[in-house]
Ligand binder design. Structure first.
Ligand SMILES: NC(=O)c1ccc[n+]([C@@H]2O[C@H](COP(=O)([O-])OP(=O)(O)OC[C@H]3O[C@@H](n4cnc5c(N)ncnc54)[C@H](O)[C@@H]3O)[C@@H](O)[C@H]2O)c1
Length: 436
């Protein structure tokens, strides 16, 4: 099939490359000319393992192209996928302006039968609204006779940054919302060859399923963080508790890691958006308000713990390992690490940070006074404390004997309980985790 994908971010680019692997031809469109120029040269503009290799294969085979000129590639398109961002507005709703803009651009040029497919995470009702924008724009351009040939399907994306391509190629399920069999069949054809469980449903259900999934995962994280706070007060150990409850197949082991809470480009905005969606229908989603409150409080709890142990923060040299919102990505959007670094810096700490992939992105948002080191060990030179904020596997490969000789005070605050199984105490460190 000939596919156009609008938006070449984490989701758009991964999807585009995945679909070339399934045997389709993909034209990728973005308004960011610099991004398109980089991609055209074979450079992936963000860090995500595996994408660069597949990009080179697809470019060699001629199955992918990049352009800023939507109209030029729409002429051949059987499917038009939307993968533009839907960030939060200041009031917590999903900002749909990028999607609306893209829909208008599609309507201005589309002149043949096509299925529109929304991969962006969007509130209930958005797919139908976008279909209307496209059809209305076509009518305004004198193509009202063609509007009935344009249909829409909701295809929410569940990939995780850090394992985006493998998640995309081997999804645990594909949820598709559509109005008729033709659309379902086209979406099946789009994913030909993959073994997965299909959830074929209505457009509204598919839209809400994506929010429900992220809200459920965020709820698990806030729940285990509440348990961690009780564990600290009672002398219990949250890691063992998580293991103990996670072995129950009704609960499962995932998303039960206590720490500084969730961040990233999806959970915070999607949990807020779902609360707003509920509110707009006159329903007070109390549980989600608590999930958000607990998540925000968890950062305060961690910073306070550092203050309590160190006595005061002002003028103290603190090493920070990890800035991305999780390991395996350079994405710092809504990163809890960035927030905690800002707070410590605001309290007067002298911060030296290291992250394997996210330092360039972090430099653009953090205050100028924050220093960056070339390695994890270099960041800890002369430090009075080390704070671990992202669970990068390379942090476990460090020589902890060397680390101890570089630090003034060998104390480690682990915001992810990630180094717990390294048993830093045996190297002479004081180790402070969350809920343990
Ligand atoms: N990142 C994830 O892990 C993830 C996972 C599942 C779902 N999602 C959802 O997928 C959507 C995209 O997320 P992302 O992280 O890939 O976003 P992103 O910010 O990385 O990429 C969005 C891209 O869209 C482009 N864009 C904006 N307006 C455009 C227009 N009119 N025409 C062409 N391009 C345009 C931007 O320039 C940008 O390159 C969001 O709704 C998000 O919630 C993201």
């Amino acid at each position: 099939m000939n596919i156009v994908i609008i938006g070449t971010g984490y989701v758009g680019l991964t999807s585009a490359l995945g679909y070339t692997q399934f045997g389709h031809r993909v034209a990728c469109v973005d308004v960011d000319a610099a991004k398109i120029a980089q991609l055209d040269l074979g450079h992936v503009p963000f860090y995500e393992a595996g994408l660069a290799d597949v990009l080179h294969v697809a470019q060699e085979a001629g199955t992918i192209i990049f352009t800023t000129d939507l109209a030029s590639v729409l002429t051949e398109a059987e499917l038009v996928l939307f993968a533009v961002g839907t960030p939060s507005t200041s009031t917590g709703e999903a900002n749909l302006s990028f999607l609306d803009q893209a829909a208008k651009q599609v309507g201005q040029s589309l002149d043949h039968e096509a299925l529109l497919v929304i991969k962006s995470t969007v509130p209930v009702g958005t797919n139908r609204r976008i279909l209307k924008i496209v059809r209305d724009t076509m009518s305004e351009a004198g193509r009202s006779d063609l509007t009935s040939l344009i249909q829409i399907a909701s295809l929410p994306e569940f990939l995780r940054e850090g394992s985006a391509l493998s998640d995309f190629m081997m999804p645990e399920r594909v949820v598709v919302g559509a109005d008729d069999e033709v659309a379902y069949r086209l979406i099946e054809e789009l994913h030909r060859g993959i073994q997965t469980t299909w959830v074929k449903t209505t457009i509204e259900t598919a839209e809400l399923t994506k929010y429900a999934a992220n809200a459920m995962l965020a709820t698990k994280i806030s729940f285990i963080n509440e348990i961690a706070n009780i564990a600290e007060r009672t002398g219990a150990n949250v890691v063992d508790i998580a293991h103990g409850i996670g072995l129950d197949s009704r609960i499962g082991p995932h998303f039960l890691q206590a720490g500084i809470g969730y961040g990233g480009s999806c959970f915070p905005k999607d949990v807020s958006a779902l609360r707003q969606i509920a509110g707009s229908k006159g329903y007070d989603f109390k549980l989600l308000s608590a999930v958000i409150e607990v998540n925000n409080r968890q950062r305060d709890v961690f910073v306070k713990k550092i203050q309590d142990v160190l006595g005061h923060i002002k003028g103290r040299r603190i090493a920070v390992w990890g800035l991305s919102f999780k390991a395996g990505t350079d994405d710092i959007r809504e990163s809890a690490s960035i927030d905690i670094v800002r707070r410590l810096y605001g309290l007067g700490a002298e911060i030296v940070a290291f992250d394997p992939e996210a330092m360039e992105a972090a430099k653009s948002v953090l205050p100028d006074g924050i220093q960056f080191a070339g390695t994890a060990i270099d960041a800890s030179e002369g430090a009075e404390a080390l704070i671990v904020l992202t669970e990068w596997p390379e942090f476990k490969e460090v020589s902890f004997g060397t680390l101890k000789t570089r630090m003034i005070d060998p104390i480690v605050f682990d915001g992810r309980n990630y180094l717990r199984d390294v048993h830093l105490e045996k190297f002479g460190f004081t180790y402070v985790g969350v809920g343990i």
